[in-house]
Design a protein around this ligand. Structure first.
Ligand SMILES: NC(=O)c1ccc[n+]([C@@H]2O[C@H](COP(=O)([O-])OP(=O)(O)OC[C@H]3O[C@@H](n4cnc5c(N)ncnc54)[C@H](O)[C@@H]3O)[C@@H](O)[C@H]2O)c1
Length: 320
């Protein structure tokens, strides 16, 4: 038996797959870019190649998703659905395309799981469902997404939970947020990520008119993967939605300073006062701690920065 991970070559997907493999599972890794596994996968994921079945495909194509499940019929123990697009500027420019990906892509995977009798399904949602609310935000709070992206993640949650209710599947939604750390490819780095972490990768001298006072709940990708895998393994879970973050609000201007202090050199990152994006922090993670035994290893972002920098120094990832 194996666990199907969609979006398995993305930042979160790679570390979720790696953690599952390290814990002894086999993984069916599905991604639109799977043909580029050798270039895109981290060494940590490649180390488990013998127990990874690689599949290339598009979650927005129902026939391709159905063919995936048919090919592995009787072998899929559960699904962790991560393939999606985050709140990038292109979202506003091409709403239909990304709504199709985040909502109907999720429905395609849920429907194939249902028809093939797969009972366990974990959906990766986002703190974006809380919109601009200030933290600590609890899962029981009424969702108030402030943009189309957040609306698609809320719709994905509802589809996941209602498929569960209707067809007797065990489903859970994990709300992740501002994920950083090893294996994040430079290209899709959204601006906040670059201001905070690009100096660790040698990119200096970025500036923006605002953002220094933005409070965010940055989460190291190892902690994100830990929480997602724990939620999946706990199915049927006590609750159906879990915040999976560091649980700590950090000022973006302070993160810029922490990175500067860690490197011991000027980074030339200058942010003006105020916020840069319509998001709050932190997410309350007490439910995930109590129900799942989730315990973020990098709750102090200074430890996460140190670990990330060491990984970047030791790795050739993305440097070819
Ligand atoms: N990274 C974050 O900070 C963050 C925060 C909140 C929520 N999330 C959620 O988690 C998801 C994954 O985040 P990530 O950082 O790993 O993103 P990512 O862009 O690194 O990975 C997404 C993966 O999905 C694959 N994919 C995209 N469209 C596909 C399609 N149509 N068919 C098959 N595969 C497809 C991509 O090739 C990529 O490998 C996000 O899209 C978002 O919904 C992420």
């Amino acid at each position: 038996m194996a666990i199907l991970v969609t979006g398995a070559l993305g930042h979160i997907g790679m570390w979720v797959a790696t953690r599952l493999l390290e814990e002894g599972d086999s993984v069916i890794a599905f991604d639109q870019h799977m043909a580029e596994f050798d270039r895109l996968a981290t060494d940590e994921l490649k180390a488990h190649s013998a127990r990874i079945e690689r599949e290339t495909g598009d979650v927005t194509d129902p026939a391709a998703v159905e063919a995936l499940f048919a090919k592995h019929a009787g072998k899929i123990d559960g699904v962790i659905h991560i393939a999606s697009v985050a709140g990038v500027p292109a979202f506003t420019e091409q709403p239909r395309r990304f709504i199709d990906l985040n909502v109907m892509g999720t429905v395609n995977v849920l429907d194939a799981a249902r028809t093939h009798g797969v009972k366990k399904f974990t959906f990766i949602s986002s703190g974006a469902v809380y919109g601009t609310r200030q933290g600590p935000m609890k899962e029981a709070d009424c969702p108030t997404p402030s943009d189309l992206y957040g609306a698609t993640k809320l719709a994905g949650e509802e589809m996941t939970l209602k498929f569960g209710d209707t067809y007797g599947m065990e489903t859970v939604c994990t709300r992740v947020y501002f994920v950083y750390g090893p294996g994040r490819r430079p290209d899709p780095m959204f601006p906040i990520y670059r201001w905070a972490f690009a100096p660790l990768d040698g990119v200096m001298g970025l500036s923006h008119e605002s953002g220094a006072d933005q409070m965010l709940d940055f989460t190291h990708v190892f902690d994100t993967a830990q929480g997602i895998v724990k939620a999946h393994r706990a199915l049927p879970t006590k609750n159906r939605i879990y915040n999976i973050t560091s649980g700590v609000a950090v000022r973006l201007g302070d993160v810029v300073d922490f990175v500067k202090d860690h490197l011991g050199t000027k980074t030339g990152i200058t942010l003006g006062p105020g916020k840069a994006v319509p998001r709050g922090a932190p997410l309350d993670i007490s439910r995930a701690k109590a129900d799942l035994g989730f315990e973020p290893e990098f709750a102090d972002i200074r430890n996460g920065i140190r670990h990330y920098h060491t990984w970047l120094q030791d790795s050739d990832y993305g440097k070819a």
